[in-house]
Design a protein. Sequence first.
Lengths: 291, 379
Amino acid sequence: MPPRPLPSRFSSLPGWLAVPGLLWMSVFFLVPLGLVFAISFASRGTYGGIVWEFTPSNYLDLLHPLYGKILGQSMWYATVTTALCFVLGFPLAYVIARSPVRWQPLLLLLVMLPFWTNFLVRTYAWMILLRHDGLINRFLMALGVVDAPLELLYTPAAVVIGLVYGYLPFMVLPLYVAVERLDPLLVEAAWDLYASRWAVLTHVILPLTKPGIVGGCILVFIPSIGSFITPDLLGGARSMMIGNLIQHEYLVVRDWPLGSAVSFVLMAVVMTAVVLYYRSASRTDGPLEGR
Amino acid sequence: MTTPSTPPLSIPDGSRSAKLPVIEIRGIVRRHGPVTAVDQVSFEVRRGEFFSILGPSGAGKTSVLRMLAGFEDPDQGDVLIDGRSMLGVPPNRRPLNLVFQSYALFPHLTVFENVAFGLKMRRVAPPLIAEQVREALTMVKLLGKESRLPAQLSGGEQQRVALARALVNKPAVVLLDEPLAALDQQLRQEMQVELKSIQEQAGLTCVCVTHHQEEAMMMSDRIAVMHQGRMWQIGAPREVYERPCNLFVSRFLGVSNELPGRLEGLVGEHRRFQPSDDEQPPLLVHPVSDEEAGRSATLSLRPEQLRMTHERPARPDPLLRGRIEKTLFSGSNTKYLIRVGHDRLWEVRHRSGTHLPPFALGEPVFLSWSASDGRLFFE
C-alpha cells in the first residue's frame, strides 16, 4: 500500500506558476511540431526549398517497401535493445536497491557515470573496441579463443551493443525506484506461502515493480527507435534506422517535406506502441490502480 | 449469501501421534556478527498448543521465529518439525505459515487472491481453492469482502486477512509475529478473544512472539520468557507469573514490589528476613532451604498479594510501613504508589466499587501480606 502523500502547503501553490513552463513547451515544442507537420504536406523545390502546395504525396511515397523495411528494422532494434536492457538492468537495479543504504548513492552514481562524457565520444570508443584490430579482437586472439579477427563493427550486433550501452541507465533508474519501494517482507511472505523463487519473481516482484518496468521500457524504447548516431557509426550501411533516414532526408537530400513526413510516421508509430504497451501492462491492475 | 456452519479446519494428518511435539528446538544458537542473538535455546511445542515467546525487544524472539519459518538457519542446534530436521529447508518447503506483524498483504491482489496465494502455489485445483478460501474467510468473518484490495480494508480487517492467508493452508504450525501490535487498544482486546477462539475451534498449533505480557498470558497455554538471547523460563501463564525463576521474569510478567535484604535464623516455621534498609523491622518469610541463612536475597511481592490498611493489622503477618506518594485512578482501578523506606516505591491496586476507605496523598499506611506469599530471589 503506497502511502498517499499528505496534503502540505506545497500542494496549494498557485496555478499560475505553471505558466512559464507551459509557455516554454508550447512556443518551443508545439510550434515547431506544427511547422514540421505543415511541411510534411508540402513538396521539395528543385534546389531543396519548400514549395507550399498541399499534397499527401510524401506520405504516399512512404508506402514504398524500402521505407517499411527501415521502419520495421528500427522497431526490431528498439525492441531487442529494450528487452536486453530489461534483462541486464533488472538484476542490477534489484541489487542496488537491496544493498546497504549508504552504498546506494555511490552505486547509482556509477550507473550514471557514462553520462559525464559526450555520447558521440563514447560511441567512437566502441568503434575502437569493436573494429577489426580493436581491443576485443586482439584480446580474443591473444587468449586463443579465435584464430582470425571477428567481424564485430558494422554489424547489427554492434548497433544493439551500442544502443544497450547507451540506454541501460534509463532502464536502471526507474527500476531502482520501483524495487526500492517494494517491501522486502512481501517477498518473504510469498516465500513463506510456498512460492518458489521463480514464482516469487513472477507473482510478487514483477507485478509490484510494474510502474518502474513500464517507465524504464518506454524510456529505452523511444530514444532507441529514433537513434541515428549509433547505427550510423557502429552499424554501417546495412543497418540504417529511421533516424538515419530522417537525417539523410533533411541534411543530405535536403528533402525537408519527405523528412517531415517520416518524422510524423515515426511519432505515430512510437505513440501507438507506447499506448498499446501501457494498456497491456496496466490491464491486470486492481480497481484502485486502474488508470 | 447464506453463511454455512463451517466445519472446523482440521489438522491434515490425523495419523500423527498427538503425543509427539510438533516443534522441537534443540540448543539453537544464532549469531549476527559479534552479537549472539539466540543463545542455546531449546523448547518443544505440542500439537494444538498456543505457545508464546515473550520478551522485550532485542531479546532474540524474532530470530527464533525466523529460524522456525526458514528465513534463517541456526549456527548451531537443530529445528525439528514433526520429527524431521528443517536445517537447509527453505520456507516454501516448511509446513508452517507466518502471520507478519505488518501483515505483509500483497497490495496488488484482492482479499480472495491473497488468501488463495498459498493454495495456488501448491497447485490446488481452483474449485477446491474457492471452497477453502471461503471456509477461511468465514472463520475470520470476512465473507463478502473477497474482491476488496488490502488498501480498502481497515487495520482489523487486514489482520484477519493475514490470519486467513496463513490458516487456509492448514499448516502444522501458525507462526504469529506480534500479531496484534498494530491494532489500537480496543480492537486489540477484541482480536485477542477472537484469535484465541479461532485457534481453539480449528485446533491450530500456534507459536506467537510478543512483548505484551498480558496478551501472552491471556492467550497462551504456555509461555517462554526470553531475554538477552536466552530462554529463562517456560511454563503455564499462572506458573510463570506466580513462580518466576528470577527477578527479570518476575518484573517482566507484572509488577514486582521488591525489598533487598539478608536471611537470618529460623523463627518457628518461618525465617527472619532483615531488609538492607535498617530502619525497616525484620520480616518473616517462607524458608526455601536450610543453607540460605546469611545469604542476601530480594523479596518480591505482587500488588494483589498486599493488603493496605490505615491501622496496624492485628494479625502477626509480615508488615511494612509506608506513605502514599501517588494515587492514579484508571476507572476500574485505583493504583497507589507507596513509598517504603527511602528509595522504594511499591504498588497496590484497589478495585473501584469496593467500600474500602479511600487513601489520601501523604497518608501513612501499613502494608501486610501472608508470609508464604513472598518470593525470594538470590543474587
